[in-house]
Design a protein around this ligand. Structure first.
Ligand SMILES: [Zn+2]
Length: 443
């Protein structure tokens, strides 16, 4: 199994920026050729090109490494295949790739990536200088890709060792939520609630700030000096906010995984809240629901539980938070407390109730209400181990690094390890002198 580590590339020289941009423009040309050829085949009703034919067509034409070109072709064909299967399954509005791209992420296969003396070397094809970045890695790098996310990022794959699967008979269920990130219960009578209020607050802060930026930008001429300044500030803010939310999410999921590991759980059921957005509940609530990234939670959980050797089941959670686990009476609770009007099941936690009902749904057995519920926050407030995983640029890495990075204490999220900072004073005549940012973690 593989995990991805993200490194920001704070380009110091404009020529490096131009090279990275040119590589993405070139990759877009490969995609466009694949797209145009495929479109012509469909129009003329001739047979579609397979991988070999497409690779032969694009071979030696572009200023990229041959495997990078092949990877674009493979991604294109995978895209065509999934569209085909979706259309066969009855989803007729699925379109084959049709849009002309201006930029496209450049990927390198694991065999073509080299790592030597703290430099990661990414080949650009015969007769062309490779791209090289100074990054201190504590693992052998796998496949890499160059991605644009309000600035260039290098995504490096890492092989992860999986823990052995255990059979203990202990089961757990997880109810995902927006106010409470997750509520977990085990059949052995333990409960855990991880607060989601930190994430909620960060999102609200982002919505308010974005509205403020838009108001200010609406008074400027587009692309004027003032407009560009505001845009740069907006990008900085959004990047920081995104990193903070991602960190909270990783920490929250990690806490649930640790809870399950402590109680020797071998199988976990996670309720998929899909469908919760279909109901119109007013513009403010709709916005909160639209910004609730439960798909990411499901993916982080699946990934982390697999690493811990725990089996994961995902299924619908429909009706679980509105049914009484004692008498089965259906009742929509108001507020955070569950009070059954028909029986003695009163003053119980609403999300824990949802999680309890999932035991019957997934494993066919009732679980008792936990005697003690552990409440956790993803990140300790007021701690020096703040959630801000601000990237360390050239100037910042010297003496101003956050305390957890200076001391080398790993972050609480195991997947989010702290790589050693690059030596900022070293210079080299070969390659580009770029310093990697702080690793942000598994995505
Ligand atoms: Zn009841």
């Amino acid at each position: 199994m593989q995990a991805t580590k993200i490194f920001r590339l704070p380009y110091q020289k404009s020529e490096v920026f131009e090279r990275l941009k040119a590589a993405q423009l070139e990759a877009a040309l490969v995609w466009n050729e694949c797209m145009e050829t495929h479109r012509q085949c469909r129009i003329s009703q001739t047979s579609w090109l397979n991988q070999t034919a497409l690779q032969k067509l694009t071979k030696g034409k572009y200023q990229l490494h041959s495997q990078s070109v092949q990877l674009v072709c493979q991604t294109f064909l995978a895209n065509v295949d999934s569209t085909k299967s979706n259309r066969r399954a009855g989803i007729k509005n699925m379109k084959y790739p049709w849009r002309t791209k201006k930029f496209y992420p450049v990927s390198w296969a694991a065999q073509s990536v080299k790592y030597k003396d703290g430099w990661i070397i990414l080949p650009m094809g015969k007769g062309r200088n490779p791209l090289s970045f100074k990054i201190d890695l504590d693992f052998a790098p796998g496949a890499c890709s160059l991605v644009w996310n309000r600035g260039f990022e290098l995504h490096i794959k890492q092989e992860v060792v999986l823990e052995e699967k255990k059979v203990t008979g202990n089961k757990a269920t997880i109810d995902l939520g927006e106010i409470h990130h997750s509520a977990a219960t085990t059949n052995s009578g333990n409960g855990l609630i991880v607060s989601g209020r930190g994430i909620r607050s960060l999102k609200r802060q982002r919505n308010v700030a974005l509205a403020k930026f838009s108001r200010k930008q609406s008074k400027c001429t587009k692309y004027s000096k003032r407009w560009k300044k505001l845009q740069a500030a907006k990008n900085r803010f959004c990047l920081r906010n995104e990193r903070q939310i991602r960190e909270y999410r990783h920490q929250a999921t990690r806490q649930v995984v640790e809870f399950c590991k402590t109680h020797d759980v071998d199988t976990v059921f996670i309720g998929n809240p899909h469908g919760v957005r279909n109901k119109n509940c007013g513009r403010r609530h709709n916005q909160r629901m639209a910004q609730w990234e439960y798909g990411k939670d499901l993916s982080y959980f699946t990934h982390k539980f697999r690493m811990a050797g725990v089996s994961v089941l995902i299924g619908s959670e429909r009706g679980t938070s509105s049914t009484c686990p004692e008498c089965g009476h259906r009742h929509k609770p108001k507020g955070r407390t569950w009070n059954c009007p028909k029986c003695s099941y009163k003053k119980k936690h609403r999300d824990i109730t949802g999680s309890l009902n999932m035991h019957l749904l997934a494993f066919g057995q009732k679980a008792k209400y936990p005697e003690q519920i552990k409440y956790l926050r993803p990140v300790q407030l007021g701690s020096s181990r703040c959630a801000d995983t601000r990237p360390c640029s050239l100037s910042r890495a010297g003496g101003n690094a956050p305390s957890h990075m200076q001391s080398g204490i790993p972050l609480r999220d195991g997947a989010c390890s702290t790589p050693a900072l690059a030596n900022t004073s070293s210079t080299s005549s070969e390659g580009n002198q770029l310093i990697p940012a702080q690793s942000i973690g598994v995505v």
